[in-house]
Design a protein around this ligand. Structure first.
Ligand code: ZN
Length: 235
């Protein structure tokens, strides 16, 4: 195997590596579909839980205020016992009356919140119960994906071994030249010759260069500066 053949093989290995790495980055549709559903349910559960938390906080605030108002009411009722005239009596009653109204309003708000919290909790429990099956499906699909990634990882490791082996047999300068072109030219450093032209840029190869190619020499395309590869019958 001459150097150009080695470069061609290296290019093939790099292309396979690229493909595997791309595949590994993409969620397969079999997993992506159940994942989308799962995320949607999770978001809904989170939203309901947040509503419930907000309501619980608000209810604690209302309960605190209610306790304050009830305390105030007892104080006014105590004062009623100590009034000395009609005027003080009327004033105390007025305070009692408005505080009672406040207490009633807060009690109503509390009751309403309790009802809302109950229905939110029921809704939340139902969604959590219902998502058990979805979670099982998500786990299965996720495991299958991870398993397939395991296969890909093994392939990637093998390909990397192979590329390292080829690289070790290449002259340092040639290897670096190849890697430089590979980076600069959209991950294609070496282009096969197809009907006397460079298959990457379609530039026609002059007969003199073609002779060099046939002898297995290193030839660069005059159009794109990639290394040219002429498939020769293996002897
Ligand atoms: Zn070219």
């Amino acid at each position: 195997m001459n150097d150009v053949d080695k470069l061609w093989e290296l290019q093939t290995v790099f292309t396979a590596l690229n493909e595997r790495e791309k595949q590994m980055a993409v969620k397969p549709e079999s997993f992506a579909a159940v994942d989308r559903e799962y995320q949607r349910v999770n978001e809904e559960v989170t939203r309901l839980q947040q509503q419930l938390d907000t309501l619980m906080k608000e209810r604690r605030r209302v309960d605190g205020e209610l306790a304050d108002q009830q305390e105030l009411l007892r104080k006014y009722q105590g004062q009623l016992m100590q009034v000395k005239n009609q005027q003080q009596y009327a004033a105390a009653w007025k305070e009692i009356d408005s505080t009672r109204k406040q207490v009633k309003e807060l009690e109503d708000a509390d009751l309403k919140m309790m009802g809302e919290m109950e229905s939110l909790q029921t809704n939340l429990d139902q969604r959590r119960d219902g998502s058990a099956d979805l979670k099982a499906r998500w786990d299965t699909a996720h495991d299958a994906w991870q398993h397939s990634l395991g296969d890909l990882r093994a392939e990637v490791a093998k390909l990397k071994e192979r590329s390292a082996a080829i690289e070790s047999k290449l002259p340092e300068r040639l290897k670096n030249e190849f890697l430089r072109i590979f980076k600069q030219r959209q991950n294609v450093a070496i282009a096969p010759v197809v009907s006397d032209s460079c298959s990457a840029c379609r530039t026609r190869i002059r007969p003199a260069l073609f002779q060099q190619l046939k002898r297995g020499e290193l030839v660069f395309c005059e159009g794109c500066r990639r290394i040219l590869y002429l498939e020769r019958p293996t002897s």
